[in-house]
Design a protein around this ligand. Structure first.
Ligand SMILES: [Zn+2]
Length: 250
């Protein structure tokens, strides 16, 4: 990433210089988009940044002016983000809706979750590999829960599930497609940080898509049949979704 400072003096930036970080406000990053038709702002909770979508090189000056005008709005958005919960020894993160302390004992071995003491115990030979190990442990735990819930709900609908993927998708909690009569579902690992019934809801939601590949009234009827507390769970995700993105941030 380059700074706009290099572009002063009448230089025209080329495409390779994007994403461009604003030299006055490092929280602001300009993203060039061929598809965009207008200048817009996007809050990136995980990175604690605001992206300015620039529809073509010629709009850069206008986009800078727009970002400047919106400074107050940007401040409010970023200041209201939940506190980051970085993967550091001694730090606390959310796990299944509760606060767990991260512990880094000496030695080797597999990481584990100590539910009785609300600890996530992750040995690592050096501190640099600690965050990656915590993340992999969370993905492993997420996968077990997500697979179990997915097979449960798919079974209730009489649908076959092929692959269940667990990844770090920033914009969606889950997605589902049906290919050759089999459902393929992918989820965000961050669901393991939410209370267990929220994870259950997302699995019910994605399985309901194996019946209705849309968000029609018929879809919501299937979803509520599988998971009667659907409305509560949707509200929870709207309200607390950004908190899940704060896990591992910072
Ligand atoms: Zn959906």
């Amino acid at each position: 990433m380059q700074s706009l400072a290099k572009l002063s003096g009448g230089d025209t930036p080329d495409k390779s210089q994007f994403p461009l970080r604003d030299e006055d406000d490092p929280r602001v990053v300009y993203m060039l988009s061929d598809r965009a038709t207008r200048i817009s702002l996007k809050v990136k909770p995980k990175r604690r940044e605001v992206h300015v979508i620039v529809p073509g090189l010629r709009s850069l000056a206008k986009a800078r002016a727009f970002a400047n005008e919106q400074r107050d709005w940007i401040d409010v958005q970023l200041e209201h983000l939940p506190e980051p919960m970085p993967f550091v020894p001694g730090g606390e993160i959310l796990f299944q809706g509760d606060r767990y302390r991260l512990v880094n004992p000496p030695g080797k071995g597999r990481g584990r979750v100590d539910r009785a003491q609300r600890k996530i115990v992750v040995p690592s030979p050096d501190i640099d590999s600690f965050p990656g190990r915590v993340r992999r442990l969370l993905i492993r735990e997420a996968r077990a829960e997500l697979e179990a819930a997915t097979h449960h709900y798919a079974g209730e609908l009489g649908k076959r599930v092929g692959k269940v993927s667990v990844r770090d998708q920033a914009s969606r909690w889950g997605s589902a497609i049906t290919r050759a009569g089999e459902g393929h579902i992918s989820y965000s690992w961050r669901l393991i940080c939410a209370p267990p019934d929220i994870l259950e809801y997302v699995c019910a939601h994605e399985c309901a898509h194996l019946v209705e590949a849309n968000h029609s009234a018929a879809f919501w009827a299937v979803c509520e049949r599988l998971f009667p507390e659907t409305k509560m769970a949707k509200r929870w995700l709207r309200k607390h979704g950004q908190t899940l993105h704060a896990v591992g941030a910072g």
